[in-house]
Design a protein around this ligand. Structure first.
Ligand code: PHE
Length: 354
C-alpha cells in the first residue's frame, strides 16, 4: 500500500511537469502501459496474500482511474494551447479571401447621371434648386395664382409655419407668397435661375419632387424630374424638338421617333407633351405602351411671357423653351420596370438586379 501511494505521487508530479504530448505519453507508458508500474501491480494481485488482495486491488484501480482522467485533462489543455497558438501565428495566404460586398448606384441615380452627361455634351449646365420651395416660386411666379384650377394638378405637402409671418394669399394674391411647401416640380428653378443669370442660357435641373397623391404602379408621393430650359434671342419649338430628339436618341442608344402633342401648362405657351415611340415594340403597340405605340416622356413648351416677367426679364427681348421629364419614367423604360414603387422600397432583391 505504501508503495502504491508512492507511485501515485510520482506519477502526478511527472504529469504536472510534462510539457508536451510526447511527455504525457511517456507518463502513460511508465505507469499505465503494458509494462507500467500500476499495470504490473494489478497483474500481480493473484500473488498477494488474500487478506491484502482486496484493499490493494481497490486502491490500485482507483489510482489507475484517477491517473487516466488526469492524463486526459492534461492532453486537452495542451492541444487547446497549441490550437490557440496556431490561429494566432499561422495564416494560410493561399486560401481564397472573403469577398467584400459593395453596394452600387441606384437606378434613378444612374439615369440622372446619364441625363446630366448627355445634356452637358449638348452645352447645358447642371443646376439645382431647393426641395422645400416657396409658394411663389412653385406656383405664382409660374403663372399659377392662388385659386387657379391648375393648382389641382400639383397638390402637395405644405409646411406648417409661424402664422404671423405668413401673408394671407387670398388678400394679397400678387405679392410674393412666402408659404413653404415641398416642390411639385423642378420648374421653380427656371425663375430662380433667370433672376440671377442673364440669357442666353441653357440649363438642366435634376431633382426630387413631391405630390400629395394616392400611390399606384405609376404614381408615387415623391419622384424625380429633370427640368430643361434654353433661352436666347431666337428660340423656337423646332429647337425644342431637335434637342428632345437628340437626347432620346443618345439616352436609348437608338434612333427613336418623337412627336409633340398639344397640351396645357400655365407657364408655357404653346405647351406640348413629348411622346417617344415605344422602344420595346418600335411603335407597333405592346403591353409597355398599352398598345399605343407611343410613351409620354415629358411636358414641354415655349416659356410663357409671364415667367420671364417673374424673373425680371423682358419677354419682348427673349424667347425660350422648357421641358420637364420624369427620371423615374426614363429608368422604368430603360430597365423595363413596371411599378414605380419598387424604386423606393429599398428591397435588395430588386436593387441587386442593376
Ligand atoms: N413642370 C411640369 C410638370 O411637372 C412639366 C413641364 C416643365 C412642362 C416645363 C412644361 C415646361 O408636369
Amino acid at each position: 500500500m505504501e508503495n502504491l501511494e508512492n507511485i501515485k505521487n510520482r506519477a502526478e508530479k511527472e504529469l504536472v511537469s510534462a510539457q508536451n504530448s510526447e511527455e504525457i505519453k511517456k507518463v502513460f507508458r511508465k505507469y499505465l502501459g503494458k509494462d507500467g508500474e500500476i499495470t504490473r501491480i494489478l497483474r500481480s494481485l493473484k500473488d498477494i496474500q488474500e487478506q491484502k488482495r482486496k484493499a490493494v486491488g481497490k486502491s490500485a484501480n482507483q489510482i489507475k482511474q484517477e491517473l487516466e482522467q488526469k492524463i486526459e485533462i492534461k492532453k486537452k489543455a495542451i492541444s487547446a494551447v497549441i490550437e490557440k497558438g496556431k490561429s494566432k501565428k499561422q495564416m494560410d495566404i493561399s486560401r481564397p479571401g472573403h469577398k467584400i460586398s459593395i453596394g452600387h448606384i441606384h437606378p434613378i441615380t444612374k439615369v440622372k447621371k446619364e441625363v446630366e452627361d448627355i445634356f452637358e455634351r449638348l452645352g447645358f449646365s447642371v443646376v439645382e434648386g431647393p426641395e422645400v420651395e416657396t409658394e411663389w416660386y412653385n406656383f405664382d411666379a409660374l403663372n399659377i395664382p392662388a385659386n387657379h384650377p391648375a393648382r389641382d394638378m400639383w397638390d402637395t405637402f405644405w409646411l406648417r409655419q409661424n402664422e404671423s409671418k405668413v401673408q394671407n394669399p387670398k388678400s394679397k394674391i400678387n405679392t410674393k407668397s412666402q408659404r413653404l411647401l415641398l416642390r411639385t416640380h423642378t420648374s421653380p428653378v427656371q425663375v430662380r435661375y433667370m433672376e440671377k443669370h442673364n440669357p442666353p442660357l441653357r440649363i438642366i435641373v435634376p431633382g426630387r419632387t413631391f405630390r400629395y397623391e394616392a400611390t399606384d404602379a405609376s404614381h408615387e408621393i415623391n419622384f424625380y424630374q429633370a427640368e430643361g430650359l434654353m433661352v436666347d434671342k431666337e428660340i423656337s419649338a423646332a429647337n425644342l424638338k431637335a434637342i428632345m430628339e437628340k437626347f432620346f436618341e443618345m439616352f436609348f442608344k437608338q434612333n427613336v421617333g418623337i412627336r409633340l402633342r398639344p397640351s396645357f401648362f400655365p407657364f408655357t405657351e404653346p405647351s406640348f407633351e413629348v411622346d417617344v415611340q415605344c422602344v420595346v415594340c418600335k411603335g407597333k403597340g405592346c403591353s409597355v405602351c398599352s398598345k399605343r405605340g407611343w410613351l409620354e416622356m415629358a411636358g414641354a413648351g415655349m416659356v410663357h411671357p409671364q415667367v420671364f416677367k417673374s424673373a425680371g426679364l423682358n419677354p419682348r427681348e427673349w424667347q425660350g423653351f422648357a421641358f420637364g421629364m420624369g427620371l423615374d419614367r426614363l429608368a422604368m423604360m430603360k430597365y423595363k420596370i413596371d411599378d414605380i414603387r419598387l424604386l423606393y422600397k429599398g428591397d435588395l432583391r430588386f436593387l441587386e438586379q442593376f
